[in-house]
Design a binder for this molecule. Structure first.
Ligand code: CBY
Length: 434
């Protein structure tokens, strides 16, 4: 090849290398989109009749990655509209923040709903109520720091009013709300990094007035939280657990100034998540929705970019539906497990349930056997049923108490509606503090 031909070629090569060096995002390549199909199937096939938390998560995810599934989006928006019109007072601060993010994502026509229903003002009030609760109850918010981070993120992205000084006061990395017991919550830390990065960017762009010390502190917080997130990285590349990894990836995408290239092998994390997808790990709509954006290189900070989030993924969910493989249990065999409720004492029973049952089936069976000892209540959350009381003893955010789920003494990483139980297992619900 002659020199004159080589030069432009070298130039092109260099040019194509530059973006990958500047931008620390690793994402699934187009030829691998097929591996994301199970996530889309989960989101498509869900009913979304159980309240809106999971609809909001799914809508936000679809908007961000630019999937044009108009039927599904229409259904989800109808549900969200219903919530906004009829039951906004019952919605928690973080849920409202998610509604704003989902409706406002990527310059779409539903954005006007945010302003017609004054959702930003209402979020400001709900955020204020969280802070007031912290002042009255020993630093404990009405909900949790995952939701407070969502609040700050939505207020920051949609030009709401919030006090930077309060953010600096409440989001110090040492705050107990980043922890459950002694365990750092990667989900919470990741959401806080996204929120703080948004606040930092608006301070730098001069959208919000502040003094230099706030900006400096926010940078210090981001650095410290990123370190904590990275220290939860497992050998296989997951960060925290399967369900926190997508959000941790988003946090690491936007904070690459704060860690060294060698501190995180993004490709390894991505590959492990893809393997987990193929093993059916993300089988609830919220799990699928929360992991998808990161896999396509998107973060919640892309929500109010001035362009629509159209991507190469475009119509790939509209392609013909593959038949769903439903795993029918081979036979209606039964299994038996040991189930206990622990307060100070332990109350146990042997419970027989059909093979393939989930934790909740065991609890229901035990309740039928003895309502006084095993009676319980639950409420729907975006992740499925959440146990609120057992034996009439109620979990409380003000006291940081909850009903912890364990198997063989080890805390579960799934809720009662999704954890499939095994023969001979020792299941426990334990009155705990976080
Ligand atoms: N979302 C929220 O407000 C929840 C925030 C979150 C950090 C969340 C995890 C992360 C996420 N992406 O949504 C969270 N869990 C919190 C804050 C909490 C506490 C809830 C009380 C409060 N202050 O708001 C608390 C009590 C510490 C908690 N989670 C308990 C539990 C257990 C529930 C048991 C029950 N009583 O039903 C359980 C099952 C852990 C256990 N072994 O007892 C649990 N959480 C799990 C497993 C999870 C993961 C769910 C994964 C799955 N596939 O089902 C989780 C994603 C999540 C939901 N919790 Co909490 C964390 C993880 O494993 N990565 C915002 C809102 C708008 O939707």
């Amino acid at each position: 090849m002659r020199q004159s031909h080589q030069l432009p070629l070298v130039g092109l090569l260099l040019f194509s290398l530059i973006p990958s060096q500047l931008c620390e995002i690793c994402e699934v390549s187009e030829e691998n989109y097929i591996r994301l199909k199970p996530l889309l199937n989960t989101m498509n096939q869900s009913e979304y009749t159980r309240g809106t938390s999971s609809s909001v998560n799914v809508l936000l995810s679809l908007q961000l990655v630019g999937i044009q599934n108009q039927n599904l989006k229409h259904k989800l928006i109808q549900q969200i509209k219903y919530t906004v019109k009829r039951r906004l007072s019952q919605v928690s601060s973080g849920e409202l923040a998610l509604i704003i993010l989902a409706l406002g994502a990527c310059r779409n026509p539903d954005e006007k709903l945010i302003y017609n229903y004054h959702l930003i003002d209402k979020l400001e009030n709900k955020f204020e109520a969280e802070i007031e609760n912290m002042e009255a109850h020993n630093g404990n918010p009405l909900t949790n720091y995952y939701q407070l981070s969502l609040d700050v993120l939505a207020l920051c992205l949609f030009n709401g009013t919030y006090s930077t000084t309060k953010v600096v006061n409440y989001f110090t990395p040492e705050n107990k709300n980043y922890y459950f017991g002694s365990q750092f919550s990667v989900d919470t830390g990741a959401m806080a990094v996204l929120a703080l990065t948004c606040v930092k960017r608006s301070l730098i762009n001069g959208q919000v007035e502040t003094d230099e010390s706030n900006l400096k502190n926010i940078s210090i917080y981001i650095k410290s939280l990123v370190e904590k997130i990275l220290s939860e990285k497992k050998e296989n590349g997951l960060i925290g657990n399967t369900f926190s990894t997508g959000e941790a990836m988003q946090a690491l995408f936007v904070s690459s100034d704060y860690y060294h290239e060698n501190d995180w092998n993004c490709q390894q994390t991505l590959n492990t998540v893809l393997t987990e997808i193929s093993q059916g790990a993300f089988s609830t709509p919220t799990a699928a929705a929360q992991v998808l954006p990161a896999l396509m290189g998107k973060t919640f900070l892309d929500v109010n970019k001035n362009s629509s989030c159209v991507s190469a993924a475009g119509n790939f969910s509209n392609s013909t539906h593959e038949p769903v493989t439903v795993t029918t249990p081979g036979s209606q065999s039964s299994i038996s497990v040991n189930y206990s409720v622990t307060i100070n004492e332990t109350y146990s029973a042997n419970v027989t349930v059909p093979n393939g049952s989930v934790f909740l089936d065991v609890m229901e069976k035990a309740q039928k056997m003895n309502d006084t000892i095993f009676g319980f209540t639950m409420e729907e959350s975006s992740w499925g049923p959440y146990i609120t009381s057992v034996q009439g003893l109620w979990a409380s955010n003000n006291d940081r108490t909850y009903w912890e789920l364990l198997s063989g003494g080890i805390p579960l990483s799934q809720g009662v509606g999704s954890y499939v139980v095994h023969d001979g297992e020792n299941l426990e619900v334990r009155w705990s503090k976080y």
